[in-house]
Ligand binder design. Structure first.
Ligand code: COI
Length: 332
């Protein structure tokens, strides 16, 4: 049995080696290159591939992989929004993802950043760097004084709710699917409009499906409370970035936490030092004292990365051995 892995980073190697040690009967080979129509041939002779990338899995890429004889593909991440599902289906692909690798990684990041925005910590950091050690006028807001509105109550949303409750916040939630436990405890409001009207902090934990694209826009921001804090550690396209900028400029939006960005592909996880920065709007957001931009690093913890690698290999191994993988992705 042979498994080939793409885009393996240095920080993933120890976990990959751990898996190899535990599966001496499997030949594992890998590259640091992304899966593209050109690199697909590297997988020739393998029974399955383990992949992670933000770059799209286009029809051409999937075709090239099928031409190399591989149609069993295991993602090391959750999101499947960058796969040409029609083509995957047509070519008879079997795909798995890792839907739960560490909800805490992402929820924790959202909570930390939301609290930092409320306390205006970045303003203090920027002042400190200039040796301005005065307090006023950037007074903080305590988390316990906020109503926190959580959009999406899956694994990540639920951990985020617990953390914010730990701080003492009042938590409300909206989801089209009601979790019975949360329902019993009375967290759910009836509509997104109601959540927008009531929440001081709004955090998104829903997938990038067409119905959710630009759910945060000029109209929804208009419905929100003055001084709202918006948190997007989920998927860039959920937020109309220009609308957020208008909200920040008018003062309606107090602060914005942005770990995912609609223009992030090809920009995040690259070193732009000494090079021309490709996105003026993003540069403007990065420079704002009330905006916390991180380059899609909410997931990036040792706990999460270990699970991403190990669970993806487990899934792929099961598939190539003709067994049922733990977390198959439904195509189409
Ligand atoms: C996902 O798991 O879908 C993510 O968003 C994290 C990814 C950048 C590895």
């Amino acid at each position: 049995t042979k498994i080939f892995a793409y885009a393996i980073r240095k920080d993933e190697e120890p976990f990959l080696n751990e898996w190899k040690e535990a599966h001496k009967d499997v030949e594992v080979d890998y590259t640091d290159q992304l899966l593209t129509p050109e690199t697909a041939k590297l997988a020739k002779g393998a029974d399955g591939v383990v992949v992670y990338q933000q770059l799209d899995y286009t029809a051409e890429t999937l075709q090239a992989l099928a031409d190399a004889g591989v149609t069993k593909m295991s993602l090391r991440n959750v999101g499947v929004d960058n796969i040409d599902m029609d083509k995957a289906k047509e070519l008879g692909f079997e795909i798995t993802n890792v839907p739960v690798y560490s909800p805490n990684a992402i929820a924790e990041h959202a909570a930390i950043q939301a609290a930092r925005v409320l306390r205006q910590d970045k303003v203090t950091d920027l002042k400190m760097a200039k040796r301005d050690l005065r307090w006023a006028p950037n007074i903080g807001r305590e988390v316990r004084d906020q109503v926190v509105g959580v959009v999406g109550t899956g694994h990540i949303g639920q951990v985020f709710m617990k953390i914010m409750e730990g701080f003492g916040a009042k938590v409300i939630a909206f989801d089209i699917f009601h979790n019975p436990e949360l329902e019993k405890k009375g967290y759910y409001v009836d509509s997104l409009d109601e959540l927008y009207k009531k929440a001081d902090v709004i955090s998104l934990h829903v997938p990038d499906v067409p119905a959710n694209v630009h759910m945060i826009n000029d109209d929804s921001i208009k419905e929100m409370k003055d001084g709202v804090v918006i948190v997007n550690v989920s998927r860039g396209p959920l937020v109309d970035t220009d609308a957020i900028i208008r909200g920040l400029d008018s003062g309606k939006v107090f602060g914005f936490v942005m770990d995912t960005y609609e223009g992030e592909v090809g920009v995040f996880n690259e070193d732009w030092k000494g090079k021309e920065f490709p996105d003026a709007r993003l540069a403007d957001l990065i420079d704002r004292p009330n905006v916390l931009v991180t380059p899609h690093t909410a997931f990036y913890t040792t706990h999460a990365v270990r699970n991403m690698v190990v669970k993806a290999f487990d899934n792929n191994y099961a598939m190539v051995e003709g067994k049922e993988p733990e977390t198959p992705v439904k195509l189409g």
